[in-house]
Ligand binder design. Structure first.
Ligand code: HXC
Length: 248
Protein backbone atom coordinates (compact mmCIF):
# COMPACT_ATOMS: atom_id res chain seq x y z
CA UNK A 1 0.00 0.00 0.00
CA UNK A 2 1.23 3.51 -0.87
CA UNK A 3 -0.75 6.60 -0.01
CA UNK A 4 -4.36 5.52 -0.11
CA UNK A 5 -3.67 3.06 -2.92
CA UNK A 6 -3.44 -0.71 -2.45
CA UNK A 7 -1.76 -2.83 -5.11
CA UNK A 8 -2.78 -6.47 -5.45
CA UNK A 9 -0.44 -8.62 -7.53
CA UNK A 10 -1.41 -11.98 -9.04
CA UNK A 11 1.62 -14.10 -8.37
CA UNK A 12 1.57 -17.57 -9.85
CA UNK A 13 4.09 -16.97 -12.61
CA UNK A 14 4.86 -20.64 -13.39
CA UNK A 15 1.27 -21.08 -14.55
CA UNK A 16 1.10 -17.61 -16.13
CA UNK A 17 -1.18 -16.57 -13.27
CA UNK A 18 -3.84 -19.09 -14.26
CA UNK A 19 -6.78 -18.27 -12.02
CA UNK A 20 -7.25 -21.39 -9.92
CA UNK A 21 -10.13 -21.53 -7.44
CA UNK A 22 -7.58 -20.99 -4.63
CA UNK A 23 -6.11 -17.91 -6.29
CA UNK A 24 -9.59 -16.50 -6.91
CA UNK A 25 -10.52 -17.13 -3.25
CA UNK A 26 -7.44 -15.22 -2.13
CA UNK A 27 -8.07 -12.42 -4.59
CA UNK A 28 -11.72 -12.00 -3.66
CA UNK A 29 -10.81 -11.99 0.05
CA UNK A 30 -8.05 -9.40 -0.50
CA UNK A 31 -10.39 -7.15 -2.48
CA UNK A 32 -13.05 -7.42 0.26
CA UNK A 33 -10.43 -6.47 2.88
CA UNK A 34 -9.37 -3.42 0.86
CA UNK A 35 -13.00 -2.45 0.34
CA UNK A 36 -13.59 -2.52 4.10
CA UNK A 37 -10.37 -0.64 4.97
CA UNK A 38 -11.13 3.06 5.35
CA UNK A 39 -7.53 4.06 4.69
CA UNK A 40 -7.67 2.62 1.15
CA UNK A 41 -9.41 4.56 -1.59
CA UNK A 42 -8.27 2.98 -4.84
CA UNK A 43 -7.01 -0.50 -5.79
CA UNK A 44 -4.58 -1.51 -8.51
CA UNK A 45 -4.77 -5.09 -9.74
CA UNK A 46 -1.78 -6.34 -11.67
CA UNK A 47 0.08 -9.50 -12.64
CA UNK A 48 3.60 -10.19 -13.85
CA UNK A 49 5.58 -9.15 -16.92
CA UNK A 50 4.60 -12.23 -18.95
CA UNK A 51 0.99 -12.51 -17.84
CA UNK A 52 -1.69 -10.54 -16.12
CA UNK A 53 -3.53 -13.89 -16.17
CA UNK A 54 -3.74 -16.53 -18.91
CA UNK A 55 -7.27 -17.48 -17.93
CA UNK A 56 -9.07 -19.71 -15.51
CA UNK A 57 -6.97 -22.73 -14.56
CA UNK A 58 -7.66 -25.19 -17.38
CA UNK A 59 -6.07 -28.09 -15.51
CA UNK A 60 -8.22 -27.48 -12.42
CA UNK A 61 -11.33 -27.27 -14.61
CA UNK A 62 -10.76 -30.04 -17.13
CA UNK A 63 -12.51 -32.85 -15.24
CA UNK A 64 -15.28 -30.72 -13.77
CA UNK A 65 -19.00 -31.34 -14.18
CA UNK A 66 -21.89 -28.88 -14.43
CA UNK A 67 -23.05 -29.82 -10.93
CA UNK A 68 -19.58 -29.42 -9.40
CA UNK A 69 -19.29 -26.00 -11.01
CA UNK A 70 -22.71 -24.97 -9.80
CA UNK A 71 -22.19 -26.10 -6.22
CA UNK A 72 -18.68 -24.67 -5.94
CA UNK A 73 -20.09 -21.36 -7.20
CA UNK A 74 -17.03 -21.07 -9.37
CA UNK A 75 -18.25 -18.08 -11.34
CA UNK A 76 -20.44 -16.54 -8.61
CA UNK A 77 -17.19 -16.12 -6.71
CA UNK A 78 -15.69 -14.10 -9.56
CA UNK A 79 -18.71 -11.80 -9.43
CA UNK A 80 -17.53 -10.60 -6.01
CA UNK A 81 -14.69 -8.70 -7.70
CA UNK A 82 -17.36 -6.54 -9.19
CA UNK A 83 -18.99 -5.90 -5.80
CA UNK A 84 -16.02 -3.76 -4.69
CA UNK A 85 -17.27 -0.21 -4.12
CA UNK A 86 -13.85 1.37 -4.60
CA UNK A 87 -12.34 1.87 -8.06
CA UNK A 88 -10.03 -0.87 -9.30
CA UNK A 89 -7.46 -0.12 -11.98
CA UNK A 90 -6.26 -3.18 -13.92
CA UNK A 91 -2.61 -2.68 -14.92
CA UNK A 92 -2.00 -5.32 -17.58
CA UNK A 93 1.30 -6.60 -18.94
CA UNK A 94 1.55 -9.74 -21.06
CA UNK A 95 -1.34 -12.13 -21.50
CA UNK A 96 -4.85 -11.24 -20.38
CA UNK A 97 -6.71 -14.20 -21.84
CA UNK A 98 -10.05 -15.84 -21.15
CA UNK A 99 -10.81 -15.37 -17.47
CA UNK A 100 -7.79 -13.03 -17.32
CA UNK A 101 -9.40 -10.69 -19.83
CA UNK A 102 -12.71 -11.08 -17.99
CA UNK A 103 -11.03 -10.24 -14.68
CA UNK A 104 -9.53 -7.09 -16.21
CA UNK A 105 -13.00 -6.17 -17.48
CA UNK A 106 -14.43 -6.54 -13.97
CA UNK A 107 -12.12 -3.68 -13.00
CA UNK A 108 -13.12 -0.07 -13.65
CA UNK A 109 -10.20 1.17 -15.75
CA UNK A 110 -7.81 -0.93 -17.82
CA UNK A 111 -4.36 0.40 -18.62
CA UNK A 112 -1.75 -1.73 -20.32
CA UNK A 113 1.88 -1.95 -21.21
CA UNK A 114 2.83 -2.31 -24.86
CA UNK A 115 3.49 -6.02 -24.20
CA UNK A 116 -0.13 -6.77 -23.32
CA UNK A 117 -2.24 -9.21 -25.32
CA UNK A 118 -5.97 -9.57 -24.83
CA UNK A 119 -8.23 -12.35 -26.01
CA UNK A 120 -11.03 -14.79 -25.27
CA UNK A 121 -9.56 -18.09 -26.50
CA UNK A 122 -12.10 -20.34 -24.74
CA UNK A 123 -13.48 -21.49 -28.11
CA UNK A 124 -10.14 -23.16 -28.82
CA UNK A 125 -10.61 -25.47 -25.81
CA UNK A 126 -14.25 -26.28 -26.47
CA UNK A 127 -16.05 -23.77 -24.27
CA UNK A 128 -17.07 -20.10 -24.29
CA UNK A 129 -16.28 -17.18 -21.97
CA UNK A 130 -18.08 -17.79 -18.66
CA UNK A 131 -17.15 -14.90 -16.39
CA UNK A 132 -18.73 -12.06 -18.33
CA UNK A 133 -16.73 -12.08 -21.57
CA UNK A 134 -19.65 -12.37 -23.96
CA UNK A 135 -21.39 -9.46 -22.25
CA UNK A 136 -18.65 -7.08 -21.06
CA UNK A 137 -16.45 -7.38 -24.14
CA UNK A 138 -19.47 -6.83 -26.36
CA UNK A 139 -20.44 -3.69 -24.44
CA UNK A 140 -16.82 -2.49 -24.39
CA UNK A 141 -15.83 -2.92 -28.03
CA UNK A 142 -19.08 -3.54 -29.90
CA UNK A 143 -20.79 -6.73 -31.05
CA UNK A 144 -18.91 -7.33 -34.30
CA UNK A 145 -15.41 -7.02 -32.90
CA UNK A 146 -16.40 -9.03 -29.82
CA UNK A 147 -17.93 -11.72 -32.00
CA UNK A 148 -14.76 -11.95 -34.07
CA UNK A 149 -12.54 -12.29 -31.00
CA UNK A 150 -14.83 -14.80 -29.26
CA UNK A 151 -15.41 -16.96 -32.36
CA UNK A 152 -11.81 -16.98 -33.61
CA UNK A 153 -10.09 -17.02 -30.23
CA UNK A 154 -7.52 -14.59 -31.66
CA UNK A 155 -5.52 -12.21 -29.48
CA UNK A 156 -5.20 -8.46 -29.95
CA UNK A 157 -2.30 -6.23 -28.99
CA UNK A 158 -2.44 -3.45 -26.39
CA UNK A 159 -2.56 -0.87 -29.19
CA UNK A 160 -5.48 -2.62 -30.87
CA UNK A 161 -7.24 -2.96 -27.51
CA UNK A 162 -6.75 0.78 -27.00
CA UNK A 163 -8.09 1.61 -30.44
CA UNK A 164 -11.14 -0.60 -29.66
CA UNK A 165 -11.74 1.25 -26.38
CA UNK A 166 -11.02 -1.70 -24.09
CA UNK A 167 -7.82 -0.15 -22.77
CA UNK A 168 -7.70 3.52 -21.89
CA UNK A 169 -3.92 4.04 -22.05
CA UNK A 170 -0.82 2.15 -23.21
CA UNK A 171 2.64 2.67 -21.65
CA UNK A 172 6.12 1.23 -22.13
CA UNK A 173 6.34 -1.82 -19.86
CA UNK A 174 8.71 -0.22 -17.35
CA UNK A 175 6.42 2.80 -16.91
CA UNK A 176 3.14 0.95 -16.38
CA UNK A 177 3.12 0.66 -12.60
CA UNK A 178 4.21 4.25 -12.00
CA UNK A 179 1.45 5.38 -14.34
CA UNK A 180 -1.08 3.19 -12.53
CA UNK A 181 0.03 4.60 -9.18
CA UNK A 182 -0.20 8.20 -10.42
CA UNK A 183 -3.69 7.62 -11.83
CA UNK A 184 -4.78 5.88 -8.62
CA UNK A 185 -3.43 8.71 -6.45
CA UNK A 186 -5.26 11.26 -8.56
CA UNK A 187 -8.54 9.39 -8.03
CA UNK A 188 -7.72 8.84 -4.34
CA UNK A 189 -7.48 12.62 -3.90
CA UNK A 190 -11.01 13.12 -5.24
CA UNK A 191 -13.90 13.24 -2.76
CA UNK A 192 -14.49 9.55 -1.96
CA UNK A 193 -18.26 9.66 -1.73
CA UNK A 194 -18.46 11.29 -5.16
CA UNK A 195 -16.01 8.66 -6.48
CA UNK A 196 -18.22 5.94 -5.08
CA UNK A 197 -21.42 7.41 -6.52
CA UNK A 198 -19.72 7.94 -9.89
CA UNK A 199 -18.46 4.34 -10.06
CA UNK A 200 -21.90 3.10 -9.12
CA UNK A 201 -23.62 5.20 -11.81
CA UNK A 202 -21.14 4.37 -14.58
CA UNK A 203 -21.51 0.69 -13.73
CA UNK A 204 -25.23 0.97 -14.40
CA UNK A 205 -24.48 2.21 -17.90
CA UNK A 206 -22.72 -1.05 -18.62
CA UNK A 207 -25.20 -3.32 -16.91
CA UNK A 208 -28.72 -1.97 -17.36
CA UNK A 209 -30.81 0.09 -19.76
CA UNK A 210 -30.12 3.80 -20.34
CA UNK A 211 -33.43 4.59 -18.66
CA UNK A 212 -32.53 2.76 -15.43
CA UNK A 213 -29.01 4.18 -15.56
CA UNK A 214 -30.33 7.73 -15.83
CA UNK A 215 -32.49 7.17 -12.74
CA UNK A 216 -29.46 5.95 -10.77
CA UNK A 217 -27.31 8.82 -12.00
CA UNK A 218 -29.96 11.33 -10.91
CA UNK A 219 -30.36 9.66 -7.51
CA UNK A 220 -26.59 9.58 -6.91
CA UNK A 221 -26.22 13.19 -8.06
CA UNK A 222 -28.94 14.33 -5.62
CA UNK A 223 -27.46 12.25 -2.78
CA UNK A 224 -24.10 13.99 -3.06
CA UNK A 225 -25.77 17.26 -2.05
CA UNK A 226 -26.01 15.70 1.38
CA UNK A 227 -22.21 15.60 1.75
CA UNK A 228 -19.69 17.96 3.29
CA UNK A 229 -17.42 17.47 0.27
CA UNK A 230 -20.05 18.85 -2.12
CA UNK A 231 -20.41 22.04 -0.02
CA UNK A 232 -16.63 22.29 0.31
CA UNK A 233 -15.94 21.57 -3.36
CA UNK A 234 -18.38 24.20 -4.59
CA UNK A 235 -17.37 26.78 -1.96
CA UNK A 236 -13.69 26.29 -2.82
CA UNK A 237 -14.47 26.82 -6.50
CA UNK A 238 -16.28 30.10 -5.76
CA UNK A 239 -13.50 31.24 -3.39
CA UNK A 240 -10.77 30.24 -5.90
CA UNK A 241 -8.98 27.97 -3.45
CA UNK A 242 -8.10 24.27 -3.26
CA UNK A 243 -10.82 22.15 -1.65
CA UNK A 244 -10.10 20.23 1.55
CA UNK A 245 -12.15 17.08 1.20
CA UNK A 246 -13.04 15.04 4.28
CA UNK A 247 -14.76 12.01 2.78
CA UNK A 248 -18.05 12.87 4.42
C1 HXC B 1 -3.59 -23.66 -16.52
C2 HXC B 1 -1.89 -22.66 -17.70
C3 HXC B 1 -2.81 -21.77 -18.31
C4 HXC B 1 -4.19 -21.88 -17.94
C5 HXC B 1 -0.84 -21.32 -19.06
N1 HXC B 1 -0.70 -22.34 -18.20
N2 HXC B 1 -2.13 -20.96 -19.15
N3 HXC B 1 -2.28 -23.59 -16.81
N4 HXC B 1 -4.52 -22.85 -17.05
N5 HXC B 1 -5.13 -21.07 -18.40
C6 HXC B 1 0.54 -23.03 -17.83
C7 HXC B 1 1.00 -23.98 -18.91
O1 HXC B 1 0.33 -25.22 -18.83
C8 HXC B 1 2.48 -24.11 -18.59
O2 HXC B 1 2.62 -24.97 -17.50
C9 HXC B 1 2.84 -22.70 -18.11
O3 HXC B 1 1.61 -22.09 -17.72
C10 HXC B 1 3.45 -21.84 -19.22
O4 HXC B 1 2.59 -21.86 -20.32
P1 HXC B 1 3.05 -22.22 -21.81
O5 HXC B 1 1.86 -22.63 -22.56
O6 HXC B 1 4.20 -23.18 -21.78
O7 HXC B 1 3.60 -20.80 -22.30
P2 HXC B 1 3.64 -20.22 -23.78
O8 HXC B 1 4.08 -21.27 -24.74
O9 HXC B 1 4.41 -18.97 -23.67
O10 HXC B 1 2.12 -19.86 -24.15
C11 HXC B 1 1.43 -18.88 -23.43
C12 HXC B 1 -0.10 -18.95 -23.72
C13 HXC B 1 -0.58 -20.41 -23.44
C14 HXC B 1 -0.36 -18.59 -25.19
C15 HXC B 1 -0.77 -17.95 -22.82
O11 HXC B 1 -0.13 -20.79 -22.12
C16 HXC B 1 -2.07 -20.56 -23.50
O12 HXC B 1 -2.67 -20.66 -24.57
N6 HXC B 1 -2.71 -20.69 -22.32
C17 HXC B 1 -4.13 -20.95 -22.22
C18 HXC B 1 -4.94 -19.73 -22.55
C19 HXC B 1 -6.44 -20.02 -22.49
O13 HXC B 1 -6.99 -20.86 -23.23
N7 HXC B 1 -7.15 -19.34 -21.57
C20 HXC B 1 -8.58 -19.53 -21.38
C21 HXC B 1 -8.84 -20.54 -20.28
S1 HXC B 1 -10.57 -20.87 -20.07
P3 HXC B 1 3.66 -26.22 -17.55
O14 HXC B 1 3.43 -26.90 -16.26
O15 HXC B 1 3.35 -26.99 -18.75
O16 HXC B 1 5.00 -25.51 -17.62
C22 HXC B 1 -11.15 -19.59 -19.17
C23 HXC B 1 -12.63 -19.63 -18.86
C24 HXC B 1 -13.02 -18.64 -17.78
O17 HXC B 1 -10.45 -18.71 -18.81
C25 HXC B 1 -14.38 -18.94 -17.25
C26 HXC B 1 -14.61 -18.39 -15.86
C27 HXC B 1 -14.48 -19.38 -14.76
Amino acid sequence: MRGAVATLTLNRPKALNALSPELMDELVAAIARCDADESIRVLILTGGPKAFAAGADIKAMSQSTPMKMLTSEIIAKWDRVRDCRKPIIAAVSGYALGGGCELAMMCDIIIASDTAKFGQPEITIGVIPGAGGTQRLTRAIGPYRAMELILTGDMISAQEAASYGLVSRVYPADELMAAAQAMAEKIAARPPLAVRMAKDAVRYAAETTVREGLEIEKRNFYLLFDTYDQKEGMAAFAEKRKPEFRGE
